[in-house]
Write a protein that binds this ligand. Structure first.
Ligand SMILES: [Zn+2]
Ligand SMILES: [Zn+2]
Length: 332
């Protein structure tokens, strides 16, 4: 089968990819073989490709097949697979596997398992014609969901995880620092809860479409002690620093970006929450949440050969759409 592999860390402009012919994977008894139809791209792919996660050990091998927002159809099942049938629609996200036995795994926190494998980071991802995974880490896609599945499996699940945390507290006004698709989906979820949402960007950023928010604010111009919670979606130190000042005492700053290595000064009464990767229950709850609610996410399909252009559009914030690669068309 054909697959797109990352050969080394480099700026995306250098196109460090190669199409490889690799063997179709053999299935273990609890695994499903997925015929991949769509793979979404996001800024995590860019950080991974450009070496921003090297200090966390990712990519953990080369060549690496990237792609962690995977949609497809079940092509084959191992003999002990219980929950999937052939030809069902299936989605796979960032968690490729965990031990399923440690305390974190047993408590629904498999995102903090010491044996965690991340799709397209430490194990091969979905930019290939076929992909295999333990059925415990694959998700049925309900027919009713109107939101585009590649948007839901990564950006949507990060957004939902943040919204769940926000909902535990008495929150009326939230600042979202960072204007990507996760921000758009998070705002739409928070609106369902009746929460006021303010988008915060930096002066140097292009002004995004902000119809999803109550207002657009600049990070260097914010009132102090203003929000009941803040969500920081990028590992931009300026945002973290401003978010701490902008939340009220007794409130939380949720750092939803991965790979944060520097945090601002702590202030009494203001807490940080670093929720980590979305878990299986986050994704399943989100799928259920989306069944009866309408979300707006624009999407754009691209071919394999345009992957660099797609990644550049995300890197330089030239798009608000979910860019995804149609795998089957790409390999015709
Ligand atoms: Zn993603
Ligand atoms: Zn574990």
């Amino acid at each position: 089968m054909k697959a797109l592999a990352l050969l080394k860390n480099a700026k995306i402009e250098y196109n460090p990819f190669k199409i490889l012919d690799v063997n179709l994977p053999d299935l273990n008894s609890n695994e499903i073989l997925v015929r991949v139809t769509e793979v979404g791209l996001c800024k995590l792919d860019i950080d991974l490709i450009e070496g921003n996660f090297l200090s966390f050990g990712f990519p953990s091998k080369f060549p690496l097949i990237i792609g962690h927002e995977i949609i497809g159809k079940v092509e084959d099942i191992g003999e002990n697979v219980n929950f999937f049938k052939k030809y069902e629609s299936v989605a796979i996200g960032l968690i490729y596997s965990s031990c399923l036995r440690c305390k974190n795994c047993l408590n629904g926190k498999e995102n903090f398992c010491d044996k965690l494998q991340i799709t397209g980071f430490s194990s091969d991802g979905g930019l290939s014609q076929y992909f295999k995974i333990n059925e415990s880490f694959a998700f049925n896609i309900p027919n009713e969901i109107n939101i585009d599945a590649p948007s839901l499996i990564c950006n949507g699940s990060f957004a939902y995880k943040c919204a769940k945390i926000i909902n535990r507290y008495n929150v009326e006004k939230v600042g979202i620092f960072g204007s990507d698709l996760t921000a758009q989906i998070l705002s739409q979820i928070l609106k369902y809860y009746g929460i006021e949402v303010h988008l915060v960007i930096s002066k140097s950023e292009p002004i995004p479409e902000y119809k999803f928010y109550d207002s657009l604010e600049y990070a260097n111009n914010l009132k102090q002690n203003y929000f009941d919670a803040a969500v920081v979606l990028s590992n931009n130190f300026e945002f973290m620093d401003k978010a701490v000042l902008a939340v009220k005492r007794g409130s939380n700053v949720i750092l939803a970006a991965l790979g944060i290595v520097k945090v601002p000064a702590f202030l009494e009464g203001k807490s940080f929450i670093l929720p980590g990767l979305p878990t299986r229950s986050d994704i399943i709850e989100l799928m259920n949440f989306c069944k009866s609610r309408k979300f707006q996410v624009d999407k754009e399909e691209i071919n394999f050969s345009n992957i660099t252009d797609g990644l550049k559009a995300i890197k330089y914030k030239r798009t608000n759409k979910k860019i995804y690669i149609n795998l089957q068309k790409s390999f015709l």
